[in-house]
Structure formats: structure tokens, C-alpha cells
Design a protein around this ligand. Structure first.
Ligand SMILES: [Zn+2]
Length: 854
């Protein structure tokens, strides 16, 4: 990272000078002139002896009045907050009362208090509360909040329990101390979908999902997911809900997926609203996972929060791990694990290998919003999974119980977290801590030896250099291994090998024949396994491995090797791969969802990453062509069996979003996509018009777009769904992500000229500009048109919504991978962004870090 003067460093941490005991907020809402009165009870912090100035954060606030213990005061103001000199402060506790004015209707950054289609809402994580009132806006200051809202609107919500309401006002009291980033307020004309949940100890909780009038009938799935999450957290972690009411609100304009504000979760509407006609199976699965994630934060994040933002993984990694566990229990655990690893590799491994690599716990940042990353979330979750593997299920549960017992009501650190595991299990975790402090994905090389009945596996780990971290020490890596004998029987069931040194051997005795190893079962550590294996061995494991993850992984590795040979050497599609995949596809004893995953070819960006990692320069067009060729050859090889598969999977039952049905649909649509390559789109056209669910509609349309057809269907789709913003996001994204690379930028440009491309809405922006960034060969087109168009739009979005612009700039993070021409073009666009007048701190930090790579 560039050593900007504004950087915040972990090593500079100090507790806040004062403690806050109570906060009383009054909001008089008005689109252009909302008045916020804050009455805050302070006392000196015993952990910071001596007398200190009081420094409060505040941005874009118009101060109307300020009084200390009832006496008027003129504090020192600057662009980032206010300071009251120590000499003006009493020695003991005191009350500060401020009144400020803010304009929610002009807030396009969607941080703090803003408006979305006539409704007021807030987003305070990470540092949005300072745009609402003057306050020590940091997570280690935890206080009780009481809130009064005055507005001429029917629904007025805040955190905690409702304590009073009348015509034009409502009051809320949150009994649980919380940091300001968990504050929330919502006001608008909303309708509730309501249910009731009784906790294990008998507390009756009112559950409400608040949506715009007319959307009430699309909340049932989110509500069921919430109830399942509440029950699951009681059963698996012994955690109960702790208020009388739990509210969820759906908002159309939202930068993130959702936010876990205490008792009042705010959701991007696309992760709440679902019906079979409007949501795909993937949407249903995502809604279930995000509802669970935000709910689980009530304990991992809210009751126990982070001391500072460097510890973000403490709440996010842990909560992602918990939502993965939950989804695995609700659905097929094997399928979920494979899908989670696909995401980890696509997003986190990519990040870890480029200029934006950073440790799970970063050491410094300029803008914290730039660190809500795949590394903090996804790799953070993998670290929890490794800890659980290392200490065992019972050790994990003991440690979690101790964590909740010891740190409830506190703002904790990664050190506190590891100490809990050490105390609960007696293990020394000092080496494990490197996973939190060192960036980069370890590579694991394997050598095998078979001599005199003894089989030896020797592992060598290398930890590649990353920005600011040239040298690293070996990590502790749990490697789950099983051994199969040559006839396919498992002779050594899964055992965990604990690797702690740079090079380490493990011996297996008493075997009658040289076994075939199944290494890193369940993807037991987030590492890259560098192991050359002959195609026959991959095919053998694809057919025989008892570990579902490694069974899939064998097919995956084989497909990637085949694609690499095609790209780098012009090899033909491998017969062995086609035969092995055909055997899996038609094996009815296997879960259809698993077979659908096996049929999904490796992504083009993933392939480019792999080729680059072997020291070659990836050519996006060749990768694109090879992938298409593989799909075409597969369609031919699977032959008439595909049609039988497609027809046989239609059970004619009414739609349910169950995992079992979704798996059958996924396999059926994978078959349709392949059939479409042979029949010119005849079957897919029929399937589109007969579709009974959005999953089928999108599946058929995608298959047509893939062969350059589907224009009449796109028009029909728009005519049917033009009124529905969330569904139309799919329509925009589909035609860009399936566009021919030569046309992707032009298709995108044309779509941005439509009146319904309301680019200030983050979902719509992502579904268009994000879709172009994800069209690998289109974005990295040698003309530079993809780079240019994305840069144009980032420059345009940045002044309005820096957070989303910065996040989407990661499209460029892989630029050092490519050839000189592409590097020059991408670098020029990054330079152009950097030169944009009034560039935000968010986007500047991202672009500087990316440019620092070369
Ligand atoms: Zn979260």
C-alpha cells in the first residue's frame, strides 16, 4: 500500500479518552433539513489516565447548538469533527447536548442517514454514524441508546424494543450497549410480513419483515429462513435472541448485501424479496445465507464486537463460517462446501495473488470501507474452519462457549479470540496466528514415496511474497488425507496431518499396495496444492473418491489441465476428460446438484490465474475459445443421453425452493445448455416459453445467449418484467455476461444509454458495469474498450458513491497478469482515474495500491 499520510495503523491503537454511558437521540425528520439532537453522558475512561480533550467525529454536519451540562459552549470545529479542550471539561461525568442539521435527500453516498424512494434509512458501518451526529464513532465505545423519531410517516423504527408511540412519533430503547456502527433508523410507508418465534427459554419475539406496499407476498422465504436461523443458533451454539422484537427492512438503494444493526437489520431488497416467478434457486440460497449471516451477527458482532476495524475478521470471518455451517446443515453439506471453495478461489485467491493482497487482519488502512474484502470475509472464515479442524469439534464448542462467556458485552481482538482457544484446549496457537498476520496463499508441493510397504507423503510449503511482506515463516496447515487402494477401496479413511514446518513427511505403514492419495479432503486449508498427477489418477479419484469435495476436485483439476494444454499448446479436447465426465453425468446414484457442479467448466478468470501462476502470460481470447470448444465437445460426447437426462429430470411437481429440487433443476439446465449447442436453440426456445420459474427462464435465456441467439426472448423478458427492478437487474447482467468478447463493451455501452439504467442505484450499476468486469475476455479485450468503459463509469460514479466505485475498481486488480499491450492499456486507465478531479479517498487508495504493482 502507498504510505499515505492519512493511513491509520493498528500499532497506534489507544482506548478512547472517555466512556459513554447513555445516548439519547431525537430525530425530527425532513428530507432537506433533518434535526438531530444528541444527549450523551460521558465520563473519563479509567483506561486512559490523565486529563484529555474530548474529540468527537462528525462529517457534513451543520451545528445548531452545543451545551455541556446545560451551559452553552462553542467547540472547535473542523472538517472531520469537533474538539472540546480538556480545560473546558469537568473532572467527573458530564452530559454533552448537541443539535445538528443534515440533508438526507442529498446523501448519494448511502452512508449515514439517506433516502431511498421516499423512505429514510441508515447505514453506519463502518464510519457512517459521524454523518448523523457528533460522536466517538469507533467500535470500542459501547453505549445504551434511546431514540425518539418524529415524522409524518406511518412506520418509525430503530434499534431495541419499542417503548412508546403515537401520531407522528415513536420511541425505542436498546438495553444492550452497542457501538455506533450498529445504530439504525428507518421511517417510511411500509408494510410488514409478521411471525412470532419463541426462544428456548420462552421469550416471545415479534418478527417483522418490512417492505414497500405490494411486496408483502414475497417475504415468506426470508421469514422461514430467519426462523430456521434462530432455531439453529440455539441448537448448535446455544445462542438465544435477546430482544422482544426483530425487524428486517428491505431497501432498494443499498451499497452492501445487508447490515446487522441491533434488532433492526437493513437489507438490500434483492436479498429479501423472492417468489418462484421472480427469484432463481441461487437467489433463494443466497437469501437464506444472508438472512442467517446477519442474524448470527447478533452474537458474533453485536454482543461481542470488534475493538477496532483491524479486527473486522473477528466478526466477519466467524459469522461467514457460521452461515456456511448453517447452509451446509440446511442443504447438502458437500455441495455447499464445493460452492464456497469456488467463491473463495474466484475472489480471495485472486485478491491474494495481486496488488491488493493484505492479511486477514490488516496492519493499516486509509479508508476502512476498502477492507470489506474476500480476504477478511472468506479467508477469515477458512481460518475458523482450520481452527475447528485442529482442535476438534468438542474443543471448538468449548472454546466458543468460553468466548461468549468471557467477552460478552466487550469489544475484542484477534488476540482475545486465540487466547480463548488456547485456554479452552491447551494448545499453543502462536504459529497459527501467522494466518491472521501474513497475506498470500501458501503453495503446497507433494512428493510421494513407496518403499518396502511404507508409503510416505512429503509436503513442502512456500509462502509467496505479497505487498509489504517479502518473507514469511511457515504456517501450521491441517491437511486431511485419505488413501485408496488401486481397486478403488478406501484403505486409510480421512486423517488430519498437521504440518508445522516448511518441509515435512508423514509415513503410512502396513499397506499391501501403493495407494492412491486423496489430499486436502474437504479443502481443509486455503492453500494451492501443486501436485502433478497423471490424468488417469484424476479420473480414478473422480470415479472412486469417498470424499465428495475431492471427488469434484479431481474432475476440476483434470478440466483445468485439459484447458491449459489447449490454451498453451493447442492440444485437442482430451478424450479421457470427456469419458470421465460422462460417467459422472449419467451416474444416477450421485446427487444431481453435485453432477451439475461437475459439469460447470472452470471459469476464464480462474484459468488465467492458474496459467499466470505457472509463469506464463494468459491470453483471454484463447482461454475463451478453449472453454467454448470444451463445452462443444462435451455436448457431442454426452450425445443423446443429454436429452434423456433433460426430460427425466422434469418431475412435473409444483415449484419449491428446496435444495433437492434446485439440484435437479441445476442439472437439467446444465443439460439444456449443452443441448442448445447442438440444436440451434430449438429446445431452449421452447423451455423459455414454458418456464414455470425464474430459474428456468434465466437458464433457457442464458443457453440461447451463449450461442448468439435469444433476442426475441430478451424482448419478451423486458416486456414481462420491466416493472420489477430486481428482475430487470438480471436482464441487464445476462446479456453482458453472455456477450461475445468482441461485442461486450459495445453491448454494455448501449445498455447504459437506456433510460432505465439508473446508475446511481448500486444494484443496477453492478448488474451492468460489474457484469462487463466479469466478462473476462470482454473486459480484457485487446482493444482496451472494456478497460475504458469501466474506467469512465468509475470516474462518473465516484463523486456520488465513493464506496461502490472503490469496490468495483477491483476489476483492474489482475492487470499485472497480462501481456505488455494490455498492461499498458489498463495502467493508462488507472492513471486516468487517479487524475480525475476531486477523486475520493476511497478510490484513490485502491488505484494507488493497484498501480504500485508495476
Ligand atoms: Zn457480516
Amino acid at each position: 500500500m502507498s504510505d499515505s499520510q492519512n493511513a491509520v495503523h493498528l500499532s497506534d491503537y489507544q482506548p478512547f479518552t472517555h466512556c459513554v454511558d447513555q445516548v439519547d437521540l431525537t430525530f425530527r425528520l425532513d428530507p432537506a433539513a433533518t434535526r438531530v439532537t444528541a444527549k450523551i453522558g460521558f465520563r473519563p475512561n479509567p483506561d486512559r489516565p490523565g486529563r484529555h480533550d474530548l474529540r468527537l467525529d462528525g462529517e457534513g454536519l451543520k451545528l445548531i447548538s452545543c451545551a455541556l451540562n446545560g451551559r452553552k459552549l462553542a467547540p472547535k470545529l473542523d472538517a472531520a469533527g469537533m474538539t472540546i479542550a480538556a480545560s473546558d471539561l469537568p473532572e467527573g461525568p458530564f452530559t454533552l447536548e448537541t443539535e445538528v442539521e443534515i440533508a438526507p435527500e442529498g446523501n448519494t453516498a448511502l452512508e449515514g442517514l439517506y433516502m431511498s424512494k421516499g423512505m429514510y434509512c441508515t447505514q453506519c458501518e463502518a464510519e457512517g454514524f459521524r454523518k448523523i451526529t457528533y460522536y466517538p464513532d469507533r467500535p470500542d465505545v459501547m453505549a445504551r441508546f434511546r431514540v425518539r423519531i418524529e415524522a409524518d410517516l406511518p412506520v418509525l423504527l430503530s434499534n431495541g424494543n419499542p417503548v412508546g408511540m403515537g401520531e407522528g412519533w415513536a420511541e425505542w430503547d436498546d438495553p444492550w450497549p452497542k457501538p455506533s456502527y450498529l445504530f439504525a433508523l428507518v421511517a417510511g410507508n411500509l408494510r410488514a410480513h409478521s411471525e412470532r418465534f419463541t426462544t428456548a427459554s420462552g421469550r416471545a419475539v415479534d418478527l417483522n419483515i418490512w417492505v414497500r406496499p405490494g411486496d408483502e407476498d414475497r417475504c415468506a422465504y426470508a421469514m422461514e429462513s430467519l426462523i430456521r436461523s434462530m432455531k439453529w443458533d440455539e441448537d448448535v451454539y446455544g445462542r438465544e435472541y435477546d430482544l422482544d422484537v426483530f425487524n428486517i427492512v428491505a431497501v432498494d438503494d443499498f451499497n452492501m448485501g445487508a447490515m446487522e444493526n441491533k434488532g433492526l437489520n437493513i437489507f438490500n431488497s434483492r436479498y429479501v424479496l423472492a417468489s418462484p416467478e421472480t427469484a432463481t434457486d441461487d437467489d433463494f440460497a443466497r437469501i437464506e445465507a444472508i438472512i442467517a449471516h446477519e442474524y448470527f451477527h447478533n452474537w458474533t458482532g453485536n454482543r461481542i464486537t470488534c475493538r477496532d476495524w483491524f479486527q473486522l475478521c473477528l466478526k466477519e470471518g466467524l459469522t461467514v463460517f457460521r452461515d456456511h455451517q448453517f447452509s451446509g446443515d440446511m442443504r447438502s453439506a458437500a455441495v455447499r462446501r464445493i460452492e464456497d471453495v469456488v467463491v473463495l478461489r474466484a475472489r480471495q485467491f485472486r485478491e491474494d495473488a495481486g496488488p491488493l493482497a493484505h492479511p486477514v487482519r490488516p496492519e493499516s488502512f486509509v479508508e476502512i470501507n476498502n477492507f470489506y474484502t474476500a480476504t477478511v470475509y472468506e479467508k477469515g472464515a477458512e481460518l475458523i474452519g482450520m481452527l475447528k479442524t485442529l482442535v476438534g469439534d468438542q474443543g471448538y464448542r468449548r472454546a466458543m462457549d468460553l468466548y461468549f462467556q468471557r467477552h460478552d458485552g466487550q469489544a475484542a481482538t484477534v488476540e482475545d479470540w486465540l487466547k480463548v482457544f488456547e485456554d479452552a484446549t491447551g494448545r499453543d496457537l502462536s504459529q497459527f496466528k501467522r494466518w491472521y498476520t501474513q497475506a498470500g496463499t501458501p503453495h503446497l508441493k507433494v512428493a510421494e514415496d513407496w518403499f518396502d510397504g511404507v508409503y510416505t507423503l512429503t509436503f513442502t510449503q512456500t509462502n509467496p511474497p505479497t505487498p509489504g511482506q517479502p518473507k514469511k515463516d511457515p504456517k501450521v496447515i491441517p491437511i486431511n488425507v485419505g488413501l485408496l487402494n488401486p481397486n478403488g477401496d478406501e484403505v486409510v479413511p480421512t486423517i488430519m496431518l498437521e504440518m508445522t514446518r516448511a518441509k515435512q513427511s508423514f509415513r503410512f505403514e502396513g499397506l499391501s499396495a501403493k495407494p492412491i492419495p486423496s489430499i486436502l479432503r474437504g479443502f481443509s486449508a486455503p492453500v494451492i496444492l501443486d501436485r502433478k498427477a497423471p490424468p488417469e489418477e484424476r479420473a480414478f479419484l473422480l470415479a472412486h473418491d469417498t470424499d465428495p469435495f475431492n471427488k469434484w476436485e479431481a474432475g476440476r483439476a483434470l478440466a483445468k489441465e485439459v484447458m491449459a494444454e489447449m490454451v498453451l499448446k493447442g492440444a485437442p479436447v482430451s478424450r479421457a476428460w470427456l469419458d470421465a465426465l460422462a460417467a459422472v453425468t449419467f451416474d444416477d446414484s450421485l446427487d444431481p446438484a453435485f453432477r451439475a457442479l461437475c459439469l460447470r467448466l472452470p471459469g476464464e478468470d480462474d484459468m488465467a490465474h492458474t496459467i499466470h501462476a505457472t509463469g506464463r502470460v494468459p491470453d483471454p481470447m484463447r482461454i475463451h475459445a478453449a472453454r467454448r470448444e470444451m463445452a462443444g465437445a462435451l455436448a457431442v460426447r454426452l450425445g443423446e443421453g443429454l436429452l434423456r437426462l433433460y426430460e427425466g429430470l422434469d418431475d412435473g411437481l409444483p415449484f419449491t425452493p428446496s435444495a433437492a429440487q434446485a439440484g435437479r433443476r441445476a442439472l437439467r439446465l446444465a443439460a439444456l445448455a449443452l443441448l442448445t449447442r447442438r440444436d440451434g436453440g430449438r429446445l431452449a426456445t421452447h423451455a423459455f416459453h414454458e418456464a414455470r420459474s425464474m430459474t428456468e427462464e434465466v437458464g433457457a435465456l442464458s443457453a440461447l445467449l451463449d450461442i448468439g441467439e435469444g433476442q426475441p426472448q430478451l424482448r419478451a423478458f423486458a416486456a414481462r418484467w420491466g416493472h420489477d427492478h430486481n428482475v430487470m437487474d438480471k436482464w441487464f447482467a445476462l446479456q453482458i455476461s453472455h456477450a461475445d468478447p468482441d461485442e461486450a463493451a459495445a453491448v454494455t455501452d448501449r445498455l447504459t444509454q437506456r433510460p432505465d439504467f439508473d446508475w446511481k442505484n448500486p444494484n443496477r450499476f453492478r448488474s451492468v458495469i460489474g457484469a462487463l468486469s466479469a466478462n473476462h475476455a470482454g473486459f480484457h479485450h485487446r482493444s482496451g474498450a472494456g478497460y475504458r468503459l469501466v474506467a469512465d463509469w468509475l470516474i462518473r460514479l465516484d463523486p456520488l458513491n465513493p464506496q461502490t466505485a472503490a469496490r468495483m475498481s477491483t476489476a483492474f486488480e489482475t492487470w499485472p497478469r497480462y501481456d505488455a499491450r494490455r498492461r499498458r492499456l489498463a495502467k493508462a486507465e488507472l492513471g486516468r482515474i487517479l487524475a480525475a478531479p476531486g477523486l475520493s479517498r476511497d478510490l484513490q487508495e485502491m488505484v494507488e495500491r493497484m498501480l504500485a504493482a508495476g
